[in-house]
Ligand binder design. Structure first.
Ligand code: MF3
Ligand code: CO
Length: 239
């Protein structure tokens, strides 16, 4: 899983340069595909429930699951959330990041900062002896003082041989999920706060994939695959 995670991290490393005004989300998909395949890995998204691309690219009010498209060209001031998952030797790595395209508005900057910080707050709570709900509480507690909104309809998850395994990892505290599940060394989860500026509510476009904020406010998503170890959390999708 470390190796799968490193491949995902290499793709994101390439995006730090490649995300700029004028590039299409299709070109980003091709870049990801070439890096993934050069490591003898494959996309864990392509074909998942019929998903038609290697990565997800979600611009501005789009939260997750945006489909790369030749006609979608990034413009200065946009934000783009890029989600990458691979299978490598039977295991999955999964990580998403929201990138600024050139210079962005201060409010957008703040949304990215708050969401990224909430991911790291969740990771900090990913310790043996804690429970899943400690992660959820850490993420929610980190976001809500900002006035931004934690999405409820999409969540983090266990990761392993499959992209989505138990436990479910909510980004807010609730009784009706796996919050009581204990974190033990060897458990690997994807922590993925999704945060919107104006509402937690979302809707899905007619392409049946693209999820947007209901009020069309800006949306951000940061995700790492994280292992519980005896020495604390280990982020697998980082170089
Ligand atoms: N990374 C996403 C997740 O964690 C999966 C992408 S959805 C797909 O749930 F359909 F594109 F695979
Ligand atoms: Co995920």
């Amino acid at each position: 899983m470390r190796e799968a995670g490193r491949i995902v991290a290499r793709v994101h490393q390439a995006f730090r340069e490649a995300v700029r005004p004028g590039v299409s989300t299709w070109e980003l998909d091709e870049l990801a595909s070439s890096i993934i395949h050069s490591h003898n890995a494959k996309s864990s998204f392509l074909g998942y429930r019929g998903y038609p691309a290697n990565i997800c690219t979600s611009i501005n009010e789009e939260l997750v699951h945006g489909i790369p498209d030749r006609a979608r060209v990034l413009r200065e001031g946009d934000i783009v959330s890029i989600d990458v998952g691979v299978f490598y030797r039977g295991f999955v790595g999964d990580s998403g990041w929201t990138y600024p395209v050139g210079a962005i508005e201060p409010a957008a900057e703040r949304l990215l900062q708050v969401t990224e910080e909430s991911l790291y707050a969740g990771i900090e709570a990913t310790r043996a002896g804690n429970r899943v709900l400690d992660i959820s509480a850490a993420v929610q507690g980190s976001v809500e003082p900002s006035g931004f909104h934690v999405v409820r309809e999409y969540t983090g998850h266990g990761v392993g041989r499959a992209m989505h395994e138990g436990p479910q990892v909510l980004n807010y505290v609730s009784d009706d999920s796996d919050g009581r599940v204990g974190l033990r060394p060897g458990l690997v989860i994807a922590i993925e706060p999704m945060v919107q500026m104006g509402t937690w509510r979302t809707e899905t476009l007619r392409d049946k994939w693209t999820v947007i904020s209901e009020d069309h406010s800006l949306s951000a998503h940061f995700e790492h695959t994280v292992a519980v170890t005896n020495r604390g959390p280990e982020i697998l999708t980082r170089l």
